[in-house]
Design a binder for this molecule. Structure first.
Ligand code: HEC
Length: 158
C-alpha cells in the first residue's frame, strides 16, 4: 500500500465511522449505571431496518402491529412469563401491564428497551443473552398491547 492509498483508506474509514454514529440519533444507557450500552454484545440478526428506525427515533415501530405483537407474545411466553407471569401480572418480577414502574423511564420505548437489553437489579439480567434487538422490540410491542393502565401515562404514545 502506498502512502497515498493508506491516507485514502484512512479517510474513508473515518467517513464510514462518522456515518455509522450519525445513523443512531439516540444513545442507549444502562438503566442502573448510566453507562452507554454496548450493542456489540447483541445477538446476530437483530440489526433489522425496524431496529435501525428505532435507533433514530427512540420509538418502537412494531407498536400496534398485529403480527409483531403475536410474535412478541410467543417470545414473551418463552423468556419472560416465568418471572413476570403469563399476563404480565407479576410473579418473581413486577407486573408489566399496569402503569406503575419501578423505573419510570419504562413508560418510554427507549427506557423499556434499555432495561431489556441491559437488565436491572437482582434476577432481571440483561436479556440480550436470549433475544436479538429486533426480538426485544417484538416483546415490547406485546407489553404495550396488554397495557391496562391510565392512557394518560402511556408516554410511548406521545
Ligand atoms: C429470572 C427472572 C426474570 C426474567 C427471566 C425476566 N425478568 Fe424482568 N424482572 C425480574 C425482576 C426480579 C425484576 C425487578 C428488578 C429491579 O427492580 O431492578 C424485573 C424487572 C423488569 C422490568 C422493570 C419493571 C419496572 O417496574 O420498572 C421490566 C420492564 C422487565 N423486567 C421486563 C422483562 C422482560 C420483557 C423479560 C423477558 C425478555 C424479563 N423481564 C425477564 C425478573 C425477571
Amino acid at each position: 500500500m502506498t502512502f497515498k492509498s493508506f491516507i485514502n483508506a484512512a479517510t474513508l474509514g473515518i467517513g464510514v465511522l462518522a456515518m455509522s454514529t450519525a445513523d443512531a440519533d439516540i444513545t442507549l444507557r444502562n438503566s442502573i449505571t448510566g453507562e452507554v450500552l454496548d450493542l456489540s454484545y447483541a445477538k446476530k440478526g437483530g440489526n433489522t431496518e425496524v431496529f435501525k428506525e428505532f435507533m433514530q427515533t427512540g420509538k418502537n415501530p412494531y407498536n400496534g402491529n398485529e403480527e409483531a405483537i403475536k410474535k412478541g407474545e410467543s417470545l414473551y411466553m418463552t423468556g419472560c412469563s416465568g418471572c413476570h407471569g403469563h399476563e404480565a401480572e407479576g410473579k418473581l418480577g413486577p407486573g408489566l401491564a399496569d402503569d406503575y414502574w419501578t423505573y419510570p423511564r419504562n413508560a418510554t420505548d427507549q427506557g423499556l428497551f434499555e432495561i431489556l437489553f441491559g437488565g436491572a437489579n437482582g434476577m432481571m439480567g440483561p436479556q440480550y443473552v436470549n433475544f436479538s434487538t429486533d426480538e426485544l422490540l417484538h416483546i415490547m410491542a406485546f407489553i404495550r398491547h396488554i397495557y391496562t393502565g391510565d392512557p394518560k401515562k402511556a408516554d410511548w404514545l406521545k
